[in-house]
Design a protein around this ligand. Sequence first.
Ligand code: NAD
Length: 483
Amino acid sequence: MRETVRSGVGYPELHMIIDGEKIPVGHRRVHSVVNPASGAALGALPLADAADLDRALAAAQRGFRLWRDAAPQQRAAVLAGAAGLLRERQEEIARIATLEEGKTLAESRIEVMMNVTLFEFYAGECHRLYGRQLVRPTGMRSTVVCEPVGPVAAFAPWNFPIGNPGRKLGAPIAAGCSVILKAAEEAPASALAVLQCLLDAGLPKEVGQAVFGVPDEVSRHLLRSPIIRKLSFTGSTVVGKHLMKLAAEDCKRTTMELGGHGAVLVFDDVDVEQVLNAMVAAKFRNAGQVCISPTRFIVQQDVYEGFLSGFVQRAGQWRVGNGLEEGVQMGPMANPRRPEAMERLIGGAVSAGARLHSGGARIGTRGYYYAPTVLSEIPLSAAIMNEEPFGPVALINPFRTEEEMIGEANRLPYGLASYSWTNDVGRQKRLAREVESGMFCINTTVLGGPDSPFGGVKWSGHGSENGPEGVMSCMVVKAIHEG
Ligand code: NAD
């Protein structure tokens, strides 16, 4: 049954955007988009067939020729114009994102604004894609220039339905590439709204396109094509490794933003209340479905009991409900796979001997709600201590020494975001050097910004999004030597 949306703004008709044309369902297979707050259908999404993908590839090839030669002013005007349109359409787009993904409206509004600032930053970067001139004897000239890599195939997941597509589109467009975006089938209207802002701001129709489909079919088709010169993927490590192998067949460049298992080191010289105020909100943001979510709390023994009891108390009071409702702090999980994963991982941890302090169960039978959960004394062998839980669960274990704490932070093959809380300046420096992660926080949860590279090391991927690095990852260098 199709749900009537009583949010003040309806859920839009769904389509793909190929070569500037809005492609409706027609004869195609469909995916039913569902509201995770209720489980009711929101709309039917057309899934691409091989002819659709070939058409998108042909357009992307033309789009690249066109856009690589466009003046930086033109590219910058498109990005800045799209930022303005996103700002104007903030409320409408935020509501769509909450309907599709479940996060609170406040979070969706922030996500729109993060995209605004990213497009504004990238607009500036269009003018700064510098190369360099090498020092050579008189009469010779050697120059290094940066050129756009070529058409990009970009795959964005559902957890940041506005922000992920924004990153995937913004960087190639700033660099002078064309891009075929396959955003998550669970949250297509948010992605389409972002692309529509770019098209309305003057992006040529061949340069940015949006397809949806059976993920494995789409990625195999696009990555098999020699037209595509770069893969950009955000999602799980297991899918990322598979796509890297496909990309390797044609030596395509890759930017991989994969999973994490965020370590949080809390030392005994901190104000525990201050740490809890920051970390509990960070943990339950977007129901924990965030790649930089704080997950393993590695707490020094003298503050352990106070930290654990404070966390449990706050988790018990966290207000869970429909993200569109006022006062709600955490919405449902985004799809039925997530509460199922929570049951498996949390159940497994408890069976292995972990202590369950709060949550540990679904809420209600309608929608995909899962209660904010706190576990402690979890054996390191439990699956949840090794696999990204991607849900509203805090894992809190006691440790004695700094060395042991760093050892636990670096135990896993993941290295995306890590957090530390200590007032010892010498220790802050040691941690910043020793902890293996692409992003590291000292006494804050605020990591990143439009000007800051976002990405991981080890199994968390490679390459960066955001910052000058994000645009440069869509460029290649050429050395030109003149005698
Ligand atoms: P998944 O791993 O199957 O999918 C993750 C994303 O990859 C989705 O957007 C999906 O459409 C896409 N995908 C899957 N197979 C693909 C393929 N062959 N080609 C192209 N794209 C493909 O599973 P899921 O249930 O959506 O998420 C499970 C796990 O993924 C989570 O537990 C989390 O670890 C990870 N994840 C990470 C992020 C992130 O921001 N890094 C975002 C979403 C999911």
